[in-house]
Design a binder for this molecule. Structure first.
Ligand SMILES: C[S@@+](CC[C@H](N)C(=O)[O-])C[C@H]1O[C@@H](n2cnc3c(N)ncnc32)[C@H](O)[C@@H]1O
Length: 212
């Protein structure tokens, strides 16, 4: 029997979790700037959701600036590593949960900020993930995303990725262009407050606001 796409995705990310945890941040300066920009939208009362939190580094960095973070991931291995890191750092205000964004049952309007970092392009239903994030935010809340955009131009990766996927060495990837991501945010009802495409990799960092 073939595994469902969600189970296959969890298996892939479980397998790579240890290596992912050990990998250094690609560009420390850009990463730090993204943290700062995000933190400009936090208050000590902020209730935050991060989906696809991976090994928890970003949630742990943000934890001192907010009231609570619900940090979720489809991969149990990623969540185990994240829990261990938060415990080691004595962080008390993050709840880690192994779940898909689609399966979150929190009421609409539960969060002041939703973070989806390096994940939208990994979801077959990425546009539904934007809509769900909109729904989960309070009016005036922000959706902070960083999204790989391999669409719109020819790249070496588009040749190599299908081969890697065939042998289970790459996850599902949606070949998005930056404009597709921006347009989808606006269609969902967001206004784009910050639009930054750092570096040459084609990824786009957006802070999108749900109207009040
Ligand atoms: C490229 S990693 C990014 C991790 C982290 N956000 C970061 O920026 O380092 C993508 C993460 O998304 C998770 N993921 C993939 N599909 C998911 C889904 N449907 N729901 C929740 N998490 C998912 C993977 O397990 C993985 O940890």
């Amino acid at each position: 029997m073939t595994a469902s796409p969600a189970a296959a995705s969890a298996t892939f990310w479980d397998k790579v979790a240890e290596k992912y945890a050990a990998r250094p941040v690609a560009d420390e300066e850009v990463y730090q700037r993204k943290l700062e920009i995000t933190q400009e939208h936090f208050t000590p009362e902020s209730m935050v959701l991060e989906f696809g939190c991976g090994t928890g580094s970003t949630a742990i960095a943000h934890a001192p600036f907010v009231k609570h973070i619900l940090a979720t991931d489809i991969s149990g291995e990623m969540i185990n590593i994240a829990r261990g890191k938060a415990e080691a750092a004595n962080i008390q205000n993050i709840t880690f949960e192994q779940t898909r964004l689609d399966d979150l049952s929190q009421a609409a309007g539960s969060f002041d900020a939703v973070l989806g970092l390096n994940i939208l392009h990994l979801l077959p239903n990425w546009e539904a993930a934007i809509a769900k994030s909109f729904d989960l935010l309070k009016p005036g809340g922000v959706f902070v995303t960083s999204t790989g955009c391999l669409g719109g131009s020819f790249s070496f990766f588009r040749l190599i990725i299908p081969i890697m996927q065939l042998v289970g060495k790459a996850p599902f990837i949606a070949y998005l262009s930056q404009d597709e991501v921006r347009d989808a945010m606006r269609r969902a009802g967001f206004s784009i407050e910050k639009d930054w495409a750092p570096g040459k990799g084609g990824s786009i960092f957006l802070v999108a606001k749900k109207p009040i």
